[in-house]
Design a protein around this ligand. Sequence first.
Ligand SMILES: Nc1ncnc2c1ncn2[C@@H]1O[C@H](COP(=O)(O)OP(=O)(O)OP(=O)(O)O)[C@@H](O)[C@H]1O
Length: 269
Amino acid sequence: MDARTSPADAPAANGKEAIIKVRDIVVGFGDRIVLNHLDLDVYRGEILGFVGTSGGGKSVLTRTILGLVPKRSGLVEVFGENLDDLNETQRSAVERRWGVLFQQGALFSSLTVKQNIQFPLRENLKLSQGLMDDIAFAKIEMVGLKPDVAEKLPSELSGGMIKRAALARSLALDPEILFLDEPTSGLDPIGAGEFDELIRTLQQTLGLTVFMVTHDLDSLHTVCDRIAALAEGKVIAQGTIETMMQATHPWLRAYFHGARARAVMQGRG
Ligand SMILES: Nc1ncnc2c1ncn2[C@@H]1O[C@H](COP(=O)(O)OP(=O)(O)OP(=O)(O)O)[C@@H](O)[C@H]1O
């Protein structure tokens, strides 16, 4: 590489467009360095599964990309924009192009599902109530919920329905990128499998790019195009599930070949 060219300027080696580029970021809290000169690309149109040691910094990386955690150094580029260079208006415009489904605190408990989905619409756009209702019902249908869920409060829904409603809200502004933090945690295996299927369908029909933090080996096998693994503050391996299965790092071997992994593989026949 030309010495004057930063890694972020270089085209991806595989010719794909990196919709998210993370370069050399350092993030820490007090004396503890969590992300230590980490690099990562997420390519347009893929579902990237992000795995790693417990407490290793998967959520911290997600929150750093979203600008919710400050970094000490390094670069985060999304849609070709260095997020540090943006003023407030430009930043809001970028934020409207991504949707986020956090593990906890997914929905406002005092608002109905419809009101929850309309919340980002109200915050960002000036639309008539009729149009907002149409959008809310379209999103409810998109995530496989029945229309009568619209008027329900989160407390009236099952765990799986809450996840779907939260997903509907994260899709409210028709994002290009979806960030999912452990989307299937707390769901039974059937519910988790159905949710994975939904993510795959949405990704294909809407052309989404999905960045998914997960511990779920089933999800990694069934929906992820590529996997990146975090340990010791860095991405230690990335590639297809087959690549990860062949990786030699002790944590990866334990994760992809341990008892849980064997059970998943057996279940897959
Ligand atoms: N705001 C914060 N202040 C101080 N420490 C933090 C903060 N946020 C995260 N950490 C620490 O950073 C480390 C990484 O946390 P993070 O939640 O990203 O891990 P994770 O990989 O998502 O873990 P898990 O798989 O268990 O959810 C942890 O040691 C956590 O305690």
